[in-house]
Design a binder for this molecule. Sequence first.
Ligand SMILES: [Zn+2]
Length: 695
Amino acid sequence: MRRYQGTFELIWNAYSGEAAWQMVCDLSRFHRIQASPGHRQAAQLVRQRALDAGLEAEILSYPADEAAHFWAFPSFQEWECEQASLQLVQPAASARRLADYREVPISVIQRSSPYDGEADLVLLEDGEEDSDYEGLDVAGKAVLTRGDVRRVYDLAVERRGAAGILYDGMRVVPPVRPEGDLLDVRQYTGFWWRPGDRKCFGFVLPPRDGAALRRLLKGNEPVRVSARVVSRQYDGAIEVVSATIPGNIDQEVLVVAHLCHPSPSANDNASGAAAVLEAARTLQSLIRAGSLPPTQRTLRFLWLPEMTGTVAYLSAHEDDLSRIVAAINLDMVGEDQSQTGSSWLIERPPDAAASFAPELLSILREGMVGLGGMADVSPSHTGVGEFPLYRMAESAFSGGSDHYILSDPTVGVPTPMLIQWPDRFYHTSADTPDRTDPKSLARSGALAAAYAYWLAAAEVDEAAELGYQMVARFKAGLVKEAQAAVAEAMQAEDSDQLAEVLGQLDRRLAYRLSRQKAALRTLERLATLEYLVADMQSELDRTADREMAWAQGAMDQAWTGFSALGKKRRKREPGEAVEPPQPQSVVRESTPAEQEGAELIPFRQIRGPVPLQDYLWKLAPVESSAYRALLATRKGASPGTLTILALYWADGKRTVLQIADLVELEAGSRDVELLVAYFKLLDKLGFVTLQPRPV
Ligand SMILES: [Zn+2]
């Protein structure tokens, strides 16, 4: 993208990380719980700033009530909190204030219902199992727990009549937040009510205060708290701010950031919201000044409550989805890396949504290092070459933010994410503006602006150039696959293992090739490139063939050489002719789950992903607890991510077994049993129908 470097430099120079940082401070003051007056005020501020910058901007409003649904996502009521405070009143000698919403809005469990009174406090170990309640009477009392708040609600409040929950846990975020870190900080915790729930109150305590209460509770004296929550829940609204720089053809590029979360939540995600606002302002001012030509596609910037706002907006614009060529999601982009311990990541969309989008973003980011005046870039000690001083990496799709909805193939908007992770202060009261960094905001904001502008402006030449760049990167990917297989073959103990390594390489090359070709085809969204794309695809075919042949030859050589080193391998006699190794797939006896999975084809009945956690309660208790138990046995890759990936691959043609194969190729983890159970639950809930494979 050499020709584009000048455009990027213009954007970089016009972008103000300091202005974005001021906006982080402004937004941090609002308590931006999804569907709340605080979120509404933040939305109004963003809209006003976008108007001030000369964009067209409006606030779209969607129902926040228990009757509404956006695709598979249930809506929920609006919540307003006026006051919330918690005092320790007994033992009298220890009496003191434990929480005040005015000081720390995160000190109340979000969406707490009103309460005014005193309650005895009961200690739960974590309270996630029925056995934790043996010999305990929690009715009318408050419980102290570090367990999952939803689970404790079910067992302590719903089933046993507890009055409220005090939570003193702190999630570990390896390696930046080890066990025992952040003892004086409160973790962001919320209730997600379901229709018919007997709502209750709750508070969040710093672990140090929790430990002090635990000591008191192990003594002889009763421990009592006085709690007051003045709050209300009511049918309200969810706001989405939409601002545009209009183009002149009927296509759009989206730039998305979630605006929600409690105050301050500076990195998560006042940073993304502010970085996007400054990106919008920068592009608008450069275009208005004539420094950049207007784009043919519309640039649309969206600020919304995470997940809910995205499904609300997209489900209201179903007819427009095919006109959106791609998007980008900015979530937690303002990190001061020295404080948070983060790395600046491009998280790729899922493989089922293969496209040009992550490649474009990655190529542009590599180009940032060469930008004039670029902060945090150092020349080498002799001045030859330069490199960034910040940490950066690319990571595989893991979901957890709005790109997981946009990138779903049934939605069809390929969306990479810019994020900084891990973050020592993530989802705590310590996620404050002083832990964000104007330079960090500028890097993500200017990169997002450059990406969106490139896409909005791209015509046939740009699309072709990107295609050639993609081919180069994709070839490197095929070469790496072959190299990894050759390295693995060095460890093979016998010729069967060698043949299996080759068989796996064959499978991996075919998989990669299919994703790469699919990605190249999406260039057609930008321009008509029929012959060029076909030519690029054949070059990838040739590369895969060459790499396979090369790997076979290399393995043959290595085999002979290594036998001389005394490894337990078949030794080739002088003059002996040996067949070169051939790929072979392992034939194993299939498991019951594999046999079942091979016969079932899932058909998706609804657009977008399914937040299964929101529906488990609708199942018979025996079914939901069986699924919960299955999840609990899974180690390693998150079963949540594997199931999301599986749903993306379900196209009404593939069997569950074929889907499990693809998920394995994508995420490195094969779990047919989990996926069979998952699709059966979705079938029960009506989100897919499982049909037998036609004979
Ligand atoms: Zn977030």
